[in-house]
Design a protein around this ligand. Sequence first.
Ligand SMILES: [Zn+2]
Length: 274
Amino acid sequence: MDKLNFLTAGMPQRTEPKNYDAAFKVLKEMSLDGMELEFVHGVRISEDSQEIVKNAVKEKNMLVTAHGSYYINLNAREEEKVDASVTRILDTALMADKLGGYSITYHAAFYLGNDKETVFERVKKQTERIIEVVEKEDLKVWIRPETTGKPVQWGDLDEIIRLSKEQVLPCVDFSHLHARSGGGENTYDAFCRSLEKIGNGLGQYALDNFHGHLAGIAYSQKGEKNHLNLEESDMNYKDLLKALKKFDAKGALICESPNIEEDCKLIKEFYMSL
Ligand SMILES: [Zn+2]
């Protein structure tokens, strides 16, 4: 990647009518760089919409990523739920690849009371199954388990880095890291430490092909509660953007605030002013 791109999580709110064509027009007008497709209730996108997205990637230089289903748990007790989770991740990857997408992300698993090492091994085994198909189908999208927002969810930054290998890279949701730590991970030094960990653990290519999430967030000791607009939250987005600049992260930063395009514009403009 040649720069950090700023994407909205789903269509901008002001998109009217609510279709992809209008959505990409809004993004262009606002000088934003693309969109994360929210396949959070399954991969649902019509043939016509697929053509519009493909065209936006090719002709309008838009960057597209995809967020997989919320109904994924690679550590589920029932084998069929694990298999369904693998299928949902692969469905997301296949569609993103078909549309010319850059990468996909998903919340990989819940601990369900199991110890961290056991869950890591299970997630790793299922990730290997996913990668087998990704390689066989020659998919060009990065496969990215996301840092999750609650301590009951598998996926702190160390776990995600440890799992990363070849086509598997982290999706770093900085708001989730802040929430799952009960309010920590919110200073310039903390952001730098996370990015340094990625660079040291995985090499510069992980920062050259970065994928992150950012939103304001409400949280309790149990972690994430809900997303907020940045200015209504304590999320220290300015220092985060400074850290991303310092580490020269390139790729996609997706804004997941409720006001979607407003905060996306806010963070892009702040970043560009640095
Ligand atoms: Zn997510």
